[in-house]
Design a protein around this ligand. Structure first.
Ligand code: HEC
Ligand code: HEC
Ligand code: HEC
Length: 134
């Protein structure tokens, strides 16, 4: 009985730690959209925000696969699209890479300890092809 109780307590502690860690990530992300980016003036992402927080990498990988392997171009979760909307301009009007210190993708990933192994090939600032009229 004593053992059961101890086990139960430990399980609860593990669960509580997990819940805290999760909400810390979500909390840090809340309002993390960067001033000076297109996203800053918009109400929503390409999916509902809670879903984006949880699943953006799954969306990205899925859409990468259908682009690279099946040649589908009309994807909803384009990496170039994320960068286009989430990259901010500095005071001089130049784009700051989304992977730079304190920027949208970088700050949350640093906090979460997640790597971003994409930008050795992909541009971390909007490119001419994706820049919509500015
Ligand atoms: C070794 C180079 C390389 C790396 C690293 C890489 N990609 Fe790509 N990716 C490509 C190429 C090449 C294409 C095809 C480009 C095209 O056809 O527009 C592509 C296309 C894509 C597309 C579809 C086009 C678009 O703009 O959205 C997505 C989504 C994507 N990659 C996501 C990712 C993600 C997420 C990562 C990191 C986990 C990543 N890629 C890492 C080379 C790379
Ligand atoms: C057309 C603009 C636009 C595009 C494209 C876009 N986003 Fe967003 N994104 C937003 C806006 C606006 C918000 C804030 C929504 C809110 O306030 O609830 C947001 C929120 C988010 C959040 C939650 C941030 C937080 O505060 O917790 C994540 C994560 C995210 N986006 C990732 C991505 C990724 C990854 C892509 C590419 C697949 C992408 N976004 C494409 C506009 C965009
Ligand atoms: C609200 C916090 C948050 C924001 C903002 C955010 N991410 Fe993430 N991202 C995460 C977390 C947490 C993970 C790790 C998830 C896991 O591995 O379970 C992750 C993982 C990823 C991965 C998978 C990496 C791998 O190792 O394969 C990609 C790709 C990615 N994010 C792209 C982006 C891009 C691009 C942006 C900016 C447009 C962005 N994320 C913004 C929290 C965020």
């Amino acid at each position: 009985m004593q053992d059961m109780f101890r086990f139960g307590t430990r399980l609860l502690m593990v669960m509580a730690t997990f819940v805290l860690a999760q909400s810390a990530v979500a909390g840090q992300g809340a309002g993390s959209v960067i001033e000076g980016s297109k996203a800053y003036g918009l109400d929503s992402c390409v999916e509902p925000t809670p879903l984006m927080r949880k699943k953006h990498y799954a969306f990205l990988k899925h859409d990468r696969d259908i682009t690279v392997h099946q040649g589908v171009r009309t994807i909803k979760h384009s990496l170039a699209g994320c960068v286009d909307c989430h990259a901010a301009k500095d005071d001089a009007g130049n784009y700051v890479p989304v992977t730079a210190e304190g920027q949208f993708c970088q700050s949350c990933h640093e906090y979460a300890g997640a790597e971003l192994p994409c930008f050795s090939c992909h541009s971390s600032t909007p490119t001419k092809a994706t820049k919509a009229g500015d």
